[in-house]
Ligand binder design. Structure first.
Ligand code: B12
Ligand code: SF4
Length: 578
């Protein structure tokens, strides 16, 4: 049987699509299991599909027996539109919706959209596997109605079968890294807490199941052998079990994996020892849901259950160990006011995050907040018949006009941007010798993020001066290659060529064969008209189109046209566009 798994397009186009581009992790788990069961599986990441003719051609060419759509709230319509198209072209093909966006809206979806045949509710592997087996065996509807964990249409209307049990040992699932390459990974499923805005408690029923450190690190190793060197560890709370996290980190170090990664945690689920091990094993950033500076909003309204003290402590630990603490804030909450936003502003200034993301509170089916909204307003799931991605809480609260909420958002962002230089200048890294190279790496990365990464677009004052100081500070800990290069480039851009030459000379003492340092140095000499010295830094890099091109320019300046042509030819052979 041929199965097509599709991640359908989102309704709205985003200026930055890094949040929606990655395929949901679950798709890889599903596909790996189906492959091992002998099904032919194909995955299509159509998160930004615009041309439905492409979908039409694909459906016609592949003629899948089953198409499974992975649904979030925001790509629900993309799934419905594609399902409609598929059903028109291939009426015999069974359409299955799964994922968090389908699980809680199964009744709505089956009631209003005849093109959807089944919804798989909750954890997908076993339920989908059983459904496919039954479809392959052409089981009649009465048999299908006995399969746990699904919903389907019967003569009397949509019905859900009893809930399926969770897979007891998730290590038994085939490792998707055997078949696929991906960057988002999870080492556990579920979260014991119960925040009202989050789908996890209802979806995973507050039970947490863990992959063993061996399973997880084996997966990382498989992926890293295929060239993945950075991972998003996307567990709801990666650090739930301290001993396990430390074992994972030790295993990464034991296997000598040269990887970096980031993780999600809670402020009350980390301590110094965990952060120390995570840093040593390549962790660059830990994200924490801080949500609000107002205790009332955080703990009463959102039910986050974390204290201000715990927040401060977690951020302090990360800052001392050279791990970027990222703060997630939510605004536009019930009871939000200037006062509560000022409480967030105060907290931001105190905890000094080095990265911050602010979301407007959304209402997702499956969350306690969404249920409360339905009770409060009498709304029903029919509201999803409108072509909208989601509903923001403030749209349901006359006390919170949109413009006011936007102002709140601006205030939070401005606070972060304006204070960021101080957040960086006050970093006080823990004095442990074995961490020195990592400290240098941390400071260098911060500087690079300021100049080229997510912070480059923010309105942070005096970014270049800050970056320069960070690079300099990094070099006090360790002769970091990128810090030398970063400084060399900054001075070069300031046209302080002699200064740039001096710092790059220092770098070249440690990394004489570095192409980047040598080419950057050559550029300095070229700018000063010292072409022979520039050539000394270029000629060794016979495999670099850029070095060969610059060498040709040097020869031209020196009047040696034969050599110029020789090097132009070399550059061309290496792919340089001349
Ligand atoms: C990691 C994560 C991310 C990562 C995505 C990593 C990735 N590639 O998956 C990032 C940071 C990119 C992200 C982004 C966003 N996320 Co997110 N994210 C999560 C998180 C914390 C974990 C998801 C996860 O890995 N689960 C574990 C795996 C095994 O489960 P799964 O992928 O859901 O798949 C299983 C089942 O759902 C099902 N299944 C899935 N697809 C299909 C398809 C078929 C055919 C079948 C049969 C079954 C099936 O079977 C799978 C295996 O058991 C969840 C919370 C949670 N705990 O679920 C929120 C969550 C999914 N995210 C959420 C949101 C809102 C977003 C954003 C829209 C945020 C934003 N404002 O921009 C974006 C965009 C959506 C997107 N592409 O993910 C919401 C979704 C709410 C909703 N109903 O739509 C959640 C539930 C959190 C919440 N607020 O409640 N997210
Ligand atoms: S927001 Fe985080 S801590 Fe709260 S229930 Fe969701 S995953 Fe757990």
């Amino acid at each position: 049987m041929r199965v097509l798994l599709v991640y359908p397009p989102f309704l709205e186009e985003r200026p930055k699509d890094y949040d929606v581009r990655p395929l949901p992790i679950g798709i890889f788990y599903l596909a790996a299991l189906l492959k091992e069961k002998g099904y032919q599986v194909e995955i299509l990441n159509w998160y930004n599909l615009k041309d439905f003719h492409l979908a039409e051609r694909t459906f016609r060419a592949l003629r899948p027996d089953v198409i499974g759509f992975s649904i979030f709230n925001a790509n629900r319509w993309g799934g419905i539109d594609l399902a409609r198209l598929a059903k028109r072209l291939l009426p015999e093909t069974k359409i299955v919706f799964g994922g968090v966006g389908a699980t809680f809206l199964w009744e709505h979806l089956l009631t209003h959209f005849p093109e959807i045949d089944f919804v798989v509710r909750g954890e997908g592997e076993e339920s989908f596997g059983r459904l496919l087996d039954a479809l392959a065996a052409k089981a009649p509807s009465v048999e299908l109605q006995k399969l746990p964990g699904i919903a389907l249409r019967t003569e009397s209307g949509p019905m859900a079968t009893p809930e399926a049990d969770f897979i007891s040992e998730i290590d038994q699932l085939p490792d998707p890294a055997r078949y696929y390459t991906f960057q988002h990974v999870i080492s556990s499923r579920g979260c014991p807490w119960n925040c009202v805005f989050c789908g996890s408690p209802t979806f995973w029923k507050r039970r947490v199941r863990f992959h063993s450190p061996e399973y997880f690190v084996e997966q990382l190793e498989r992926l890293s052998r295929r060239g993945v060197s950075f991972f998003y560890v996307s567990d709801d709370t990666f650090t739930l079990r301290k001993e396990r996290v430390i074992r994972i980190c030790e295993e990464i170090l034991k296997r000598g994996l040269r990887i970096t990664w980031q993780a999600i945690s809670r402020v009350d689920a980390i301590d110094e020892e965990i952060v120390y091990w995570m840093r040593r094993a390549g962790c660059l950033q830990i994200s924490f849901g801080v949500e609000s500076g107002s205790e009332k909003i955080r703990n009463k309204v959102l039910n986050k259950k974390i204290s201000t003290e715990a927040i401060k402590k977690a951020f302090e630990i990360c800052r001392r160990y050279g791990v970027v603490p990222r703060a997630y804030f939510i605004y536009g909450c019930p009871g939000e006011s200037k006062k509560t936003i000022e409480a967030s502003v105060k907290l931001i200034k105190e905890i000094k995050p080095l990265s911050m993301i602010c979301y407007i509170l959304d209402l997702y089916p499956g969350t306690a907040l969404y249920e409360e909204f339905k009770r409060r307003t009498g709304a029903t799931d029919d509201l999803w018949l409108e072509r909208i991605e989601d509903i923001m809480y403030h749209e349901t609260d006359p006390g919170l006009p949109a413009e006011r909420v936007r102002r709140f958002g601006r205030r939070l962002h401005e606070t972060f941007d304006k204070n960021f230089p101080r957040f960086v200048e006050t970093l006080d890294l823990v004095d442990r010798r074995e961490l020195y190279p990592l400290h240098a790496d941390f400071l260098t990365r911060l500087a690079i993020t300021l100049r080229y990464g997510e912070l480059a677009e923010r309105d942070i004052p005096e970014k270049d001066r800050l970056a320069e100081r960070l690079f300099r500070r990094a070099l006090k800990y360790h002769p970091d290659h990128h810090a030398y290069l970063g400084l060399g480039i900054i001075y070069q851009q300031q046209r302080a060529f002699q200064k740039s030459i001096e710092i790059l000379e220092q770098g070249l003492r440690h990394y004489p064969h570095s192409e980047e340092l040598n080419v950057c140095q050559a550029v300095n000499y070229m700018q000063l008209g010292r072409f022979r010295e520039a050539l000394e830094h270029l000629l060794a890099f016979e495999n670099s189109a850029e070095a060969m091109l610059r060498a040709a320019a040097c020869y031209e300046a020196l009047g040696n046209l034969a050599k110029r042509d020789e090097y132009l030819k070399k550059a061309k052979a290496l792919g340089a566009k001349i």
